[in-house]
Design a protein. Structure first.
Length: 138
């Protein structure tokens, strides 16, 4: 076997170049992530003005902090399930909770009920970061 060829018949210099290029991409990705963490993060979702934001946590959790203009529909108390018939299934909904568990269950429930434009935002902090909507109290 030719010592200048790798086992897949590619020249070793080409494999070395590929490895260096992949390593460079990795370093650039790490640096980019580090730099973006230093500044304000920009929202990754554009929430339309007619979208409905639903907080599926408890009233106490909601009072401690929630997204501005979010509707409280306590999932554990059955409030969301009881009020699904009153919601427009063709509207756009964004749902969040404390950790992402209840919001995932709420989104699944809404989709089973025929809602087609429902997004799980995960936790309150993730929701705020993704949408750029401020967390307010009260």
């Amino acid at each position: 076997m030719d010592p200048h060829l790798a086992s897949n018949d590619q020249p070793k210099s080409a494999l070395g170049s590929l490895r260096r290029a992949l390593f460079s991409l990795f370093v650039v990705g790490i640096l980019g992530a580090s730099l973006s963490a230093c500044g304000e993060s920009s929202p990754s979702l554009n929430v339309e003005s007619d979208a409905v934001i639903i907080d599926v946590r408890t009233p106490g959790e909601f009072a401690a902090g929630h997204l501005k203009d979010a509707l409280l529909k306590d999932y554990n108390a059955g409030q969301l399930g009881a009020e699904l018939a009153n919601l427009d299934p063709s509207a756009t909904y964004f749902v969040y909770c404390r950790s992402g568990n209840r919001s995932a269950q709420a989104v699944a429930m809404m989709e089973q009920a025929g809602f087609t434009k429902v997004t799980d935002l995960g936790s309150l902090e993730q929701a705020s970061s993704a949408t750029g909507i401020a967390i307010v109290t009260g």
